[in-house]
Design a protein around this ligand. Sequence first.
Ligand code: DGL
Length: 278
Amino acid sequence: MSHTIPSSADAPIGVFDSGVGGLSVLRHIHAQLPHEHLLYFADSAYAPYGAKTDEWLVQRALDVAAFLIRHGAKALVVACNTATVAAIKAVRTAYPALPVVGVEPGLKPGAAATRNGTVGVLATASTLRGEKFLALREQISGATGTRFLLQPCGGLVERIEQGDLSGEATAAMLDGFVTPLLEQGADTLVLGCTHYPFVREAIAKLVAARGDGAAITLIDTGDAVARQLARLLEGAGLLRPGGTPAHLRGYTSGNAAALQTAFAALLGLHPQVESVQV
Ligand code: DGL
């Protein structure tokens, strides 16, 4: 099924994730494209996405995309690795004329950054078993000889959704995921889920406590995603020139107050947030 979308440069950009993780991408979009109106949808009633089936993720991504487009989105950012791997193809097929940007674990920047050829990839279980991800790994390791160690991080998204970025339980969980990668020689860690940049400091602290701090590189692709979005909008003649101030609105399938708190705590932003049924 394909749809015609009336696009105007003044229309907003729709960004979505299973919860607050996509805010780590939104902050780069907000910084790089300050004139753009932004709609953020947190699918908190259904988080985490990491344990869902591909069929479910495809249907959900199509439903959320339809919601954002009904609210006028001129472009979509799937600010979730799990949904990108499972469903971005279906979203692009449904809306062939719409600029759609996804997020994938930064294997290419990881391969470029490693000095010893060993890169740890932290992501959800669904991302790491997705065909799109496995094909990317094959391609990058074939081209560069990089060894990728895959580490599913079950439970970590839930801790971040609860706002526990640096408590003991989160630190212990991170230790269990990160230490084995370091012990196997990884000198670069890819943050392959958009929630994980919010525990970047906790990871850096853990690495530093082992005495490895300076030698370990952490990779996050939020900045590159915002640049890709800017390129696509520019190419389509859809960059908003400015003028009246840009607005930011939040929507959630969960609790509006919780998303408002997350916006304030994670980004220092105070948008209007509405709880909606999608
Ligand atoms: N932030 C997400 C990702 O990048 C989703 C994680 C989840 O809900 O399990 O994969």
